[in-house]
Design a protein around this ligand. Sequence first.
Ligand code: SAM
Length: 279
Amino acid sequence: MSQEIHRTHSAEAADDAGAEATRRPADEAESSRASRGWWDRNADEYQSDHGGFLGDDRFVWGPEGLDEAEAALLGPADGLAGLDVLEIGAGAAQCSRWLASRGARPVALDLSHRQLQHALRIGGDVPLVEADAGRLPFRDGSFDLACSAYGAVPFVADPVRVFREVRRVLRSGGRWVFSVTHPIRWAFPDEPGPEGLSVAASYFDRVPYVEQDESGTAVYVEHHRTLGDRVRDVVAGGFRLVDLVEPEWPAWNDQEWGGWSPLRGNLIPGTAIFVCERD
Ligand SMILES: C[S@@+](CC[C@H](N)C(=O)[O-])C[C@H]1O[C@@H](n2cnc3c(N)ncnc32)[C@H](O)[C@@H]1O
């Protein structure tokens, strides 16, 4: 991985052998295909590396460790009972398990079969759905809340399509809260040490980060949107932005997660959480 061509994703240490990192366009179909393959191949390593930090039934918004039990971005924890909640890009459904423990009725959706197998391994009775966030297999107005901790949104070519789908399946006034890599991180090398503190690329370069095999087929894709792009996408998706949370690195957290580290976390934001409401 060169200094110029770097990624910001949260499952860092599993480059496909021989894959070449580049910046080039990648459409919706190619991005979705690459994500499914990558997460199926790397789910075991992701869960083994990060499952302890995530906890089996905690709701952690990102590598800083911000916990929904304290942040209450979905609303007061004692108000979750009886609500229908859709978790998008749920991985092993840790967040959904926490929601269920608060009396909510979560559904955990993910594109990756292997991630959902980890959800089964951990257990619980959260319904699991294997599907693409851009085509949600639910009736209109099925949920009171939707959430996503780094799931799907950073990996899709057309986030507005996802947001419109989320809007469709939410009931009137429903909240949609999602976290992504903070857009500013795209200007820096994805390194936890001091080399990750110097600007190495244009923040304004929206060309996707792609890892491709020898035949040029994408095996991993991540899409960059600036902060302004994300706000405009939220609005275009039919939502009102209620809050934009940039979690600070807490003193208790001494764990690195790929390019996220105490050193960088104390200086620049690593995660952006968008709190939105359906108009
Ligand atoms: C960084 S992981 C986050 C998983 C989980 N939310 C967590 O905090 O551990 C990203 C997840 O998004 C899923 N994903 C990627 N693209 C997706 C898409 N288009 N539709 C649904 N899920 C997707 C991946 O399969 C993966 O499980």
